[in-house]
Design a protein around this ligand. Structure first.
Ligand code: OOG
Ligand code: MG
Length: 271
């Protein structure tokens, strides 16, 4: 059953407050799933609230495009979330854990969209709008306690999006089988291949177009698109060396991207 407008607003506010105050909340579903169209309405309201605070939309992200991620989180269908400039950390820059609840990091690839995509045109192919690819890191931080959520819950929470880092852009090339490695400090924490992302991350773009069309999410010139993690996400905690180290992702043929993790001044990030 779909949510009323009042319920959509209430839930968007709850999730937005959870993010700004770094206090986790409990999912709406209690295990039961709720309707996906309503979940994207909550996400849209949440994002318009962030935009009205001055954040600028700069791209989109796909989630649950690899089996490793599906298995880790128990969600088996692709989701789409929205990125803003407030989430954008420069390559080699600092990620401040203050203000995050229980961040995790995952290695990804990113696409750059060169022109507006007309989602009403059934022949539209986003793949032809891509003019560059890059290695990327995504930092996710579910606003739900212990990362426990249903499919609709995680969509409403803007797919756990918290921060991202894009490496050097390079010309488009085949992405179906490039080795991926993620290190935290001197330790390799995950290895995989770009082929783990839907067989080829480029396939994510067709799913992105379908979901964006269905839920009225625009795809604009200049947008960055994160294709989804190639491996399971790794918590940024003291145990993983992730609260004072450098996280690096390397995608063979595309290069590397890194971020320095700094413990929050107010002690965030370790819960
Ligand atoms: C949801 C975000 C999933 C990915 O790359 O699969 C995602 C989560 O795991 O909390 O970003
Ligand atoms: Mg991701």
């Amino acid at each position: 059953m779909s949510l009323t407008d009042g319920e959509v607003v209430e839930l968007a506010h709850e999730l937005d407050d959870a993010q700004t105050s770094a206090h986790a909340v409990t999912g709406r579903s209690g295990g039961e799933d709720w309707d996906v169209a309503s979940a994207y309405r909550v996400q849209r309201h949440l994002m318009s609230r962030r935009h009205s605070r001055g954040e600028r939309p700069i791209g989109l992200k796909l989630g649950f495009t690899s089996r490793a991620k599906m298995r880790q989180m128990g969600v088996h269908e692709v989701i789409v979330g929205q990125l803003t400039d407030a989430m954008d950390v420069p390559d080699g820059g600092e990620l401040d854990l203050g203000g995050l609840i229980h961040p995790r990091v995952e290695p990804e690839v990113a696409f750059r969209i060169a022109r507006d995509v007309d989602l009403d045109d059934p022949r539209t192919s986003i793949a032809t709008a891509v003019d560059a690819v890059a290695p990327a890191l995504e930092i996710i931080d579910s606003r739900y306690r212990d990362f426990r959520f249903s499919y609709a819950d995680v969509i409403a929470d803007n797919t756990s999006a918290a921060a991202f880092v894009i490496g050097p852009w390079t010309a488009v090339r085949p992405l179906d089988n490039l080795a991926v490695r993620m290190d935290i400090g001197p330790r390799t924490v995950s290895v995989g291949t770009t082929g783990a992302i839907l067989g080829d991350p480029i396939r994510g773009l067709r799913l992105l177009a379908e979901i964006s069309r269905r839920h009225s999410i625009p795809i604009r010139a200049g947008d960055v698109v994160l294709a989804g993690a190639a491996t399971a996400a790794v918590p940024l905690t003291e145990g993983t060396g992730g609260t004072g180290g450098t996280v690096t992702a390397q995608v063979s043929g595309l290069g590397r991207v890194s971020v320095r993790v700094v413990p929050g001044r107010n002690g965030g990030g370790a819960s």
